[in-house]
Design a protein around this ligand. Structure first.
Ligand code: UDX
Length: 440
């Protein structure tokens, strides 16, 4: 059993800390935010993540998981310290490393015996070297340490599942001893035959960005293909299905939509481009994917204007505000762009999301929040699906139509039944399936 300190109780820190404690290790999740730690100690989970509350509760009861603000003390006693603090996007598109550097300084001063320092946050390539330098400069006790880059690939909304059943574990380390310690931590996954990639720190750091930017590229690609489908009378779902059957392409991440959002893809794709530029390398494909994504978000509003005409004075119901279902996260959500465009053009926005409403209200106070889709579409001139929550997939379209002033809908996630929309006489559009709207 290893003694592990996790610094930072955001998505990555909390899920990783709870997950590692479930593997049987003793984990202390640390944060400088006293309120957050107090809440966690009382059993309140600060983020919405399916299954996380049960995972935390189970391990707290078993005595393997606890929370603390005493970072120096916990670090001094730990065999392994995970750095999982935030790396927000800085002004030039690169990640802001302030929190990581502060933690590195604290670690340098606090570690006493051999410690493995492992970064889980997504940090720019080369951060490993910087962290090691800061630790060495502050290492007053003369403790030995190894550095590890162990990027996390969890998706919000499926984070617990992703942590417990990862496609692969990537470990970049400065020494064999560290590889052994890390393999020991993830032993339950080893038994489940999860592939382990043991490599250098730089390769591990690059794998994370290369993976996320590639997925962003894949989404932007299918979004552009969906726009082509609209123009030439093809059905993007059939196109994507046939593409995905080719094992070299795979069916995953080929769903067209209003553009990708969230805390990773937009940030990591921009950071990769900037990092590459700094070393004289152009990554034009990813740069284009970012531009395409901005265009796609704008295109959704253009589609709505085509359906509604001038939106000034109209009431538009926006269903779904999170950047994807099963999360309350609205960071970089395409819904932000839609709502801002509607408000800027004089529309009234009624909005609903099963869990992300309050977060959006903080960002855009002008929206009127409702507690159900039924209330939201009532007296609306149009409604827009922005997030593919299950409850919208099964919505009663007849009821919606009867409650609305006009029967207009833009389905940016292609979840509504086209023949049903046609039968009820809705004026509608979606992404890359115009041909079906015309045919059925
Ligand atoms: C992503 C990566 O999946 C994860 O491995 C990484 O560590 C962090 O970033 P996340 O941002 O939580 O995770 O969500 P994900 O499910 O990957 O979706 C990201 C965005 O892409 C969402 O806005 C989603 O709607 C969009 N998306 C995804 C599509 O538009 N089409 C797709 O086919 C897949």
């Amino acid at each position: 059993m290893k003694r592990i300190a996790v610094i930072g109780t955001g998505y990555v820190g909390l899920v990783s800390g709870a997950g590692i404690s479930d593997f049987g290790h003793r984990v202390i999740c640390c944060d400088i935010d006293k309120t957050k730690i107090e809440k966690l100690t009382r059993g309140q989970i600060p983020i919405y993540e399916p299954g996380l509350d049960a995972l935390i509760a189970r391990n707290v009861i078993a005595g393997r998981l606890s929370f603390s603000t005493a970072i120096e003390k916990e670090v001094a006693q730990a065999d392994v310290v995970y750095i999982a603090v935030g790396t927000p996007q800085g002004e030039n598109g690169a990640a802001d490393l302030t929190a990581v550097k502060t933690v590195a300084g604290t670690l340098g001063k606090s570690i006493k015996d051999y410690t493995v320092i492992c970064t889980k946050s997504t940090v720019p390539i080369g951060t490993g070297k910087i962290v090691q330098k800061i630790i060495k400069e502050n290492n007053t006790n003369g403790a030995t340490f190894d550095y590890v880059s162990n990027p996390e690939f969890l998706r919000e909304g499926a984070a617990v599942k992703d942590f417990m059943h990862p496609d692969r574990i990537v470990i970049g380390a400065t020494g064999q001893k560290a590889f052994d310690v890390m393999e020991d931590i993830y032993r339950p996954l080893y038994i489940r035959e999860t592939p382990f990639i043991l490599t250098s720190v730089e390769s591990a750091e690059t794998i994370k960005y290369a993976s996320n930017a590639f997925l962003a590229l894949k989404i932007s690609y299918i979004n552009e293909i969906s726009n082509l489908c609209d123009a030439v009378g093809a059905d993007v779902h059939t196109v994507a299905k046939a593409m995905g059957i080719d094992g070299r392409i795979s069916p995953k991440f080929l769903h067209p939509g209003p553009g990708f959002g969230g805390s990773c893809f937009p940030k990591d794709a921009s950071a990769l481009v900037t990092m590459a530029e700094d070393v004289g390398v152009s990554i034009n494909t990813v740069r284009a994917a970012i531009q395409t994504n901005e265009f796609q978000k704008e295109l959704m509003f253009s589609k709505l204007k085509k359906l509604v005409g001038n939106v000034a004075g109209k009431t538009v119901a926006v269903l779904g505000l999170a950047f994807k279902p099963e999360t309350d996260d609205v960071r970089e959500s395409p819904a932000i762009n839609m709502v801002n465009n509607l408000l800027a053009n004089g529309a009234r926005v009624k909005a609903y999301d099963p869990v992300a409403g309050e977060n959006m209200k903080v960002l855009i106070p002008e929206i009127d929040l409702y507690v159900s889709w039924e209330d939201t579409v009532t007296d609306a001139d149009a409604f827009v699906i922005m997030t593919e929550w299950n409850e919208f997939r099964s919505m009663d379209l007849e009821l919606a139509k009867n409650a609305m002033t006009e029967a207009i809908v833009l389905d940016t996630r292609n979840i509504l039944n086209i023949s049903e929309l046609k039968r009820l006489g809705f004026k509608f559009d979606n992404v890359g399936r115009k041909v079906l709207s015309d045919q059925l």
